[in-house]
Every structure is written in C-alpha cells, then in structure tokens.
Design a protein around this ligand. Structure first.
Ligand code: CA
Length: 237
C-alpha cells in the first residue's frame, strides 16, 4: 500500500474548500485545507511531504501569484491555480509563473481531481490507487514543455522556438484538445495583444509546425480549426 499523496488546498470560500477536500479524500489523497496565504506557508513549513498545492488566486491576505512566488522561493512544488476571472487567467498564462496547470471557476471537484492526478503523474509521483479513474493513464505526450527554462522538445529533440512561438505552443500544450481562437493565442503570447494582427498567429503557427516537422517528420500534432483557431492533438498515436 503506497502512502497517500498530501495535497495542500488554499481557498477562502468555505463551501468550495469543503467540496475540494471531500473530493480529494474520496479520490485517495490526503488533503490539507487553508484559507489564507499565511496559514498555507506555515503548514508547508511543517509538512515537507506535501506533493502538490492548489492555490486560489483571490485570497484574503495575499494573491495566489504572490503565494506561488513565496512557495517557489523555497521548494519546487507542483502548483495548480484556481482562477475566477478571465483577467486572472490572462495573468496565469502571461506571467509564466511556472504553474503546472489551472482550473477556471466554476469547475467540478472531479475535474480538479483529474488535473491533480495528471500533474502528479507528469511530475513523477504515483497517483493514488483509489477508485478506478474513468480513463487509464495515457503515455506521456511526445511534446515536452519546460516552463521553467522556457524550452520545448519534441520526440526528444529540442525545438529552436522564438519566445512568441514558445508561448503559443506552451498555451496549446497546457490544454491538449482545447480549440484556442487566434485572439486567445494572442492574449497568451503578446504583451500588447491588440497591437498584433490575428494573421501573425497563423505565421507563427506555420513556423512552429515546420520546426516540429523537422524535429520529427510526419506527425503534425497541431490541428487547424477553420474559422475557429488551433489546438494541440490529445490522441497521440
Ligand atoms: Ca477567493
């Protein structure tokens, strides 16, 4: 019997916090709840075995962003943000704080549990056995994003991406299968998106595609959705 992974949840809305703690426990985790940043930092000091933290962005004494910086100053803990507004999401995508994932409110506790498991799997920890998940764990995708070093590799080959191309690809890779409009990709990749033209997204996508193709020919993982935007394929062969 493996030890249950300890998960820290920082959320100041009691109903959401209770729901999350209950769901995580049901899914075989050992959750710890805090409602302020100060409480969270104090708990982390006494619990080096916390494997992942879920951070709400709007907290009474700080923001999830500040808390993320404080946590990351002392340890490399996988983090998932809870965001309530599109403006927060822009910051999550734009600031590149190195969040491992994010969930937009309102979300189902089940969705968050699935993200927690996926991040722990990516980070090399075993997700708890618990009740069988609906889908079996897929093999790791061939596209690897290193958010700390702002680098990407494809089938093991490092890609020489411009910073804009990196940001576009990283945004797509955070949610494989999700169709991003050009405007959303611009939000993710440009400091002043309104100054850029939507057509420039197409140019960058074309360049990313050709770099992926030369690193590993024949797979083309980027899908064009005519009139809608782009997505990264989620069903890797
Ligand atoms: Ca809040």
């Amino acid at each position: 019997m493996t030890q249950k992974p300890h998960i820290l949840v920082v959320e100041d809305e009691p109903t959401i916090l209770d729901n999350l703690l209950y769901s995580l426990e049901t899914e075989g985790f050992e959750p710890h709840g805090c409602s302020t940043g100060a409480e969270a930092l104090a708990l982390l000091e006494t619990r080096p075995d916390v494997a992942l933290a879920v951070l709400d962005i709007g907290l009474p004494d700080t923001t999830g962003f500040e808390l993320c910086k404080a946590v990351r100053a002392t340890r490399a803990l996988p983090l998932i943000f809870l965001t309530a507004r599109a403006s927060e999401l822009d910051r999550v995508l734009g600031l590149e704080l190195g969040a491992d994932d994010y969930v937009v409110k309102p979300f189902s506790p089940r969705e968050l549990c699935a993200r927690v498991k996926a991040v722990l799997r990516r980070c090399g920890d075993k997700a708890p056995a618990g009740p069988a998940p609906p889908e079996t764990s897929p093999p790791p995708p061939p596209l690897a994003i290193d958010a700390l070093r702002k680098r990407a590799s494809y089938f093991g080959t490092p890609l020489a991406l411009s910073s804009t191309e990196y940001k576009i690809l990283a945004a797509l890779a955070r949610q494989p299968g999700r169709v991003f409009s050009r405007a959303q990709l611009m939000e993710a990749a440009w400091e002043e998106p309104e100054a850029a033209m939507e057509r420039t997204v197409d140019t960058h996508i074309k360049s990313i595609r050709s770099k992926l193709e030369s690193a590993h020919p024949g797979a083309d993982p980027l899908i064009t959705h005519r009139g809608l935007g782009y997505s990264l394929r989620e069903d890797w062969p």
